[in-house]
Design a protein around this ligand. Structure first.
Ligand SMILES: NC(=O)c1ccc[n+]([C@@H]2O[C@H](COP(=O)([O-])OP(=O)(O)OC[C@H]3O[C@@H](n4cnc5c(N)ncnc54)[C@H](O)[C@@H]3O)[C@@H](O)[C@H]2O)c1
Length: 508
């Protein structure tokens, strides 16, 4: 490595000064790096420079940096009028149009200008870094440097090694990113890199649940946001925010790029909604309706009136039994005994199974049985699952008892793994397979997902929170029920669950 990432003289070329280029310029200038801004559109680099200056001064006003630091950063911005000005830069990053040929042409031209050890980095979000580098004289100095929008706020960047990228290149980009206040995560070139690959599970499994008729989009979002999983946004809110015109295309593209890997298979309802133009916030209607820029309010369903009756909670899962009994203790007459008397509500707390399977396996009457998800605790929104023949009276009683202390309840149709268990198990499984393929380390997978997607935990950490054998049990139950290879557990998960070590365990 001949580039010193800490050098006060380090110069970064930014080609393409739109949304992303200007964000990268801002954090680099603030990190003490000199920035050369170039854009083919007349006036674009000037606009970007003025924008960055405004942002830096605003940051100073808000106390994020001193006025002196902001002015020094602004002084580090240089507008240049040709690629020739990139000679002498240590790193050049492109954030131009997302077209393979345009990026290849740009790098070929840059190679005639920059020094041999100058790094050529691409901010591409979906193209192969290896393909961008393919026609370069020195593909070993080309890497992905994938920032997220808005760059100054989303403080994570994927440093992506193409097939021929030399390790020092990623090391320099890693160090420059840290200098600019960002957390680099290292990934091998593969479809979706890290964040877009690891983020598949939430949307596709949410859609799968709705497609099957288990729950409505709002129910899925409410459960994942307000239940024990505490996602900041549910999958349908997220798709409405990004716009299905964007996230739907990414969903289809990643599925194809992985040769129709069933784990990433989208569902027809997404494509139909794209065809109808129901993109989300930007069109005023998506999975939700929008009024005055906000989600149209929907009244919370009333807590049903229910005739009282004793409740029997299955001891098959002692932790689940204890959690349910404690949640309803003040409202319910709880029946003890090895099996339920006639005229009692039966509650089961399965891991991975649906209510029907759990009821029949335990010899309980499916008409009087409901299941409650206790995998993530019962402090937040509670999920009650019915069998196809659960009588409304017992469903309503379960709902009323679980809501009696003011905690919201969502009732869903029969589903192996409820909503939260199957969504989280899917996310863990995809994360494990990213580790298995050596695309990134468990630590970087989690950091990418926590910082890039704002999940409360990364996939590996989620798996270790639930316990690898529990996640394996959920996936095996899903796999056994649907006979769909989408749910086949990753070898990474199977082996660590069998040995009994955390999912963060890396082979020696
Ligand atoms: N916008 C995002 O959310 C986002 C996130 C991550 C990565 N990306 C990627 O970053 C890149 C840029 O995206 P953006 O949203 O900033 O686009 P943008 O349209 O806002 O900006 C692109 C800029 O590049 C300029 N340009 C186009 N061709 C050029 C060339 N050959 N040489 C110099 N300048 C050229 C355009 O004039 C424009 O100013 C794309 O590869 C995109 O996939 C975008």
């Amino acid at each position: 490595m001949t580039i010193d990432p800490q050098s006060p003289d380090l110069a970064l070329g930014v080609i393409g000064t739109g949304t992303m280029g200007r964000g990268i310029a801002q954090i680099a200038a603030a990190g003490g790096v000199s920035v050369r801004l170039y854009d083919t559109r007349d006036g674009a680099a000037e606009e970007a420079s003025a924008f960055v200056a405004r942002m830096l001064r605003r940051a100073a006003e808000k106390g994020g940096m001193t006025e002196g630091a902001a002015e020094s950063a602004i002084a580090r911005l240089d507008i240049v009028d040709g690629l020739d000005a990139m000679a002498g830069a240590g790193v050049v990053v492109e954030a131009i149009v997302e077209e393979l040929e345009a990026k290849k042409r740009l790098f070929a031209e840059l190679e005639t200008i920059v020094s041999d050890d100058c790094i050529l980095a691409s901010n591409t979000s979906s193209l192969s870094v290896t393909a961008i580098a393919a026609d370069c004289e020195r593909p070993e100095r080309v890497a992905g440097w994938h920032f997220f929008n808005p760059v100054p706020l989303l403080k994570v960047v994927e440093v992506v090694d193409g097939l021929l990228t030399e390790p020092w290149v990623g090391d320099v980009l890693d160090a420059v990113a840290r200098r600019c206040g960002h957390r680099p995560v290292r990934a091998k070139d593969s479809p979706g890199f890290l964040v877009n690959h690891a983020g598949r599970g939430l949307n596709t499994e949410g859609l799968r649940i709705v497609q099957e008729g288990i729950a409505q989009p709002r129910d899925v979002d409410d459960i994942l946001r307000e239940g024990g999983t505490r996602f900041r946004m549910g999958p349908f809110e997220l798709m409405d925010t990004t716009g299905l015109d964007v996230s739907g295309v990414v969903m289809e593209s990643i599925y194809r790029q992985f040769y129709e890997e069933p784990r990433f298979r989208p569902v027809p309802i997404a494509r139909q909604r794209m065809a109808a133009g129901l993109y989300g916030r930007k069109t005023g209607r998506g999975f939700y309706a929008y009024e005055d820029g906000g989600k149209a309010a929907a009244p919370a369903p009333a807590i049903p009136e229910a005739a009282p009756a004793p409740v029997w909670v299955s001891p098959a899962d002692p932790d689940g039994q204890a959690a349910v009994m404690s949640a309803i203790a003040d409202a319910a007459e709880i029946e003890s005994g090895a099996s339920p008397d006639p005229g009692t509500l039966c509650i089961v707390t399965p891991t991975g199974s649906d209510a029907t399977t759990a009821a029949l396996d335990q010899g309980l009457p499916p008409e009087r049985t409901v299941a409650v998800d206790t995998a993530f605790g019962l402090d937040g929104r509670r999920t009650v699952m019915t069998t196809p023949v659960t009588e409304p009276r017992w469903r309503d009683l379960a709902h009323a008892l679980l809501a009696a202390d003011g905690t919201p309840v969502t009732v869903i149709g029969d589903s192996p793994g409820f909503v939260a268990q199957r969504v989280v198990a899917t996310i863990v499984n995809i994360g494990c397979d990213i580790a298995q393929q050596g695309i990134a380390t468990p630590g970087d997978i989690d950091a990418a997902v926590e910082l890039g997607l704002a999940y409360p935990r990364g996939p590996i950490a989620w798996g270790d929170y639930l316990g690898p054998s529990r996640v394996l049990a959920i996936l095996e139950a899903l796999h056994g029920f649907y006979r769909d290879p989408r749910y086949r557990p990753s070898p990474w998960l199977i082996r660590r669950a069998k040995i009994g070590v955390p999912l963060a365990t890396v082979a020696r």
